[in-house]
Design a protein around this ligand. Sequence first.
Ligand code: ZN
Length: 336
Amino acid sequence: MRRPDRYRRQTVLPEIGPDGQRSISESTAVVVGLGALGSISADVLARAGVGRLRLVDRDVVELVNLQRQSLYSEEDLERPKAEAAADRLRKVNSDIEVEPLAKDVHAGTVHDILRGVDIILDGTDNLETRFLLNESAIDAHLPFVYAGAISTYGMLLAIRSPDTACFRCFNPKPLPPGSLPTCETAGIFNAVSAQIGAIQAGEALRLLVGNAPSGDLLVIDGWRPGIERIRIARSADCPACVGGQRDYVGARRTQVLASLCGSDTISLDPVHRGTIDLDGLASRLRGLGTARRAGDVLVADVEGRRLTVFPDGRALIRGVKDESEARSVYAKYVGI
Ligand SMILES: [Zn+2]
């Protein structure tokens, strides 16, 4: 018996049609950041049948994420988000390829993360990564769907340089760290992140079936729903898309340390990598506290700090006040 066409209710749309569905099925999309926006957009793309979906996130699932990050449930707590998201989406659509990458996005990894993709969806929580993705998208001539949500507001711009403004065109001078509120300090209304994520996936599908980006920044008030469209012109003196500066792609990488969304967690990514013997490490750490495996990672509670160690040596260190303390904790308990 012939299998029913699972995409029938979207191929019947004149905006998509059989040709559009073929384009969607032959596409590869990367969702960078699998928080509130990435959860929704990845889910929509998987259900729409995007042929290959690369899911990237450096973080693990925490209880406070479940308020809005719809790919996860309580049983996923402390699992890497990329893996939990991939497991979920493979159950949703087994006809597509899903590739989880539990990686930090920085100048040293961005090239591999974007290799072979047709479109980039921004689910990140920080400007630095957006600037990096923006520069990479310009270099690779890839569309980049920027999106962000905080408090009860959200924003979105589908970028395809040089047809549209790039992300740096309307953010010419990056603010120093700590200048902007985070979802930790300002909060986030889950209905607005869901709206933005759905619109982001819709913009991605529109581009994948051959439409041009509108060039409009969409600003959404999620509390009193309404969308404002603001025309964003290319900046004649944009450092990135006009000036060719590569401040982020070209950043010299020593050791990436980032504070995660206003929390007391530091992500530490050692320069020298290798596969860590997590079981051996767990048995060493049990003498100092508790240590257990959670999927592919090791979770250890040691002297008031929680360490989540990934097999490639990257670690999330919770309960530290600054980067140098994180470096010291890493060196003390994991070794570098
Ligand atoms: Zn620009």
